[in-house]
Design a protein around this ligand. Structure first.
Ligand SMILES: [Zn+2]
Ligand SMILES: [Zn+2]
Length: 349
């Protein structure tokens, strides 16, 4: 069984900080590390600036497409922005920031909505406070740094975690998942997975330790974006193709620490063969079949409005949704059956 929609899939690391804000790597070095781990796209998001768009410049570096967004950073309510947009100052109200990105046809995501901060590391919480806003493209459902820091309850745990950057990667924050399902009942809310890579250093040479070198962050939480055609050789057109995928929810959140394969697909299909991709928003009827394909055998879980309704093992999923709702799947794999992939929802209204 092949994907009837014939989509193209790209492995993207997004939400990444360079020396232009509080990361420790130059953009050139980060590009080199992204190429080494075999990413297709690196989407840099420095705080409140897009200097890397001109130095070293957006475009292809070998096979890697390097794009420059930003993270607009008030004290709380961080907002990830993708596309060629002029940035609003972080002092503006969040709704003004969201509206400005939309007017410029960019995509914007609430960053780490339930970031807990960390008392041990004396980090404040950067959670999403202004929940009255709307119009954002979606939520950063899985944030590697934020979810990794959640396990640090005391200094020894912090030292252990610093040496084990993939620990704490068994699932996204349950509160954020619940928020995603709830908001999706009104409209499409696109979920992405961010690295929040800074390659932060602690201590001083020769005893310094880099927590999460970029290449290790890039081997953890990724966002896979699906396009209708191969990415264009002109980088501006390629960026637009990726933005279309983001805006339409043709996106999977992948925990690459469990496997970096491509080939996951989720779609709706009828007996006649007519198919609709992940992210689609269509009228419910009982003839739609939810179908899934995985490159390796996995444990499938089907959720409707945040409630687990079906489980199946193997490389294929075949399920007949019995009601309208926000339908999404989770793929588990490995001895601990940790989460490998969160699909974006299919909305049956
Ligand atoms: Zn942030
Ligand atoms: Zn960040």
């Amino acid at each position: 069984m092949l994907d009837p929609l014939g989509l193209f899939e790209y492995r993207v690391a997004l939400h990444v900080h360079s020396r232009y804000s509080d990361g420790t790597g130059t953009p050139e070095r980060i590009i080199a590390e992204a190429r080494r781990v075999g990413l297709d796209v690196l989407w840099l998001t420095d705080h409140d600036g897009r200097r890397a768009a001109t130095d070293p410049g957006s475009g292809y570096y070998g096979h890697l497409l390097f794009l420059v967004g930003a993270e607009i950073t008030p004290p709380t309510n961080h907002y990830l922005v993708f596309g060629e947009v002029a940035l609003v100052a972080p002092t503006a109200p969040l709704q003004t920031i969201i509206d400005s990105v939309n007017r410029q046809h960019g995509a914007g995501f609430i960053a780490h909505p339930d970031d807990p901060g960390n008392k041990t590391a004396r980090l404040p919480s950067y959670r999403w406070d202004d929940r009255s806003v709307d119009g954002f493209t979606g939520l950063e459902v899985w944030n590697h740094l934020s979810d990794w820091a959640r396990q640090i309850h005391h200094v020894p745990a912090g030292l252990w975690a610093a040496l084990h950057p993939f620990s704490g990667l068994s699932q996204a924050c349950p509160e954020t998942l619940a928020l995603w399902d709830e908001r999706g009942r009104q409209r499409r809310i696109v979920g992405i997975g961010g690295t929040d890579a800074h390659a932060a250093r602690i201590g001083y040479w020769p005893f310094s330790l880099t927590i999460f070198p970029y290449r290790r962050s890039f081997a953890a939480i990724r966002t896979h974006i699906y396009t209708n055609a191969p990415l264009a050789s002109d980088w501006r057109r390629a960026e637009q193709q990726l933005l279309d995928g983001l805006l339409q929810g043709r996106v999977a959140i992948v925990n690459a620490a469990l496997g970096s394969e491509t080939g996951f697909r989720l779609w709706l299909q009828r007996e006649s063969g007519a198919a609709e991709p992940m992210g689609t928003d269509v009228a419910y009827d009982s003839m739609w079949i939810l179908r899934g394909l995985s490159p390796v055998p996995v444990g499938w879980e089907v959720f409707c409005n945040g409630r687990l309704v079906f489980r199946q093992d193997g490389p294929l999923l075949h399920y007949n949704p019995d009601s309208p709702g926000v339908w999404r799947v989770v793929l588990r794999r490995g001895p601990k059956r940790a989460v490998w992939i969160y699909s974006n929802p299919i909305y049956l209204r």
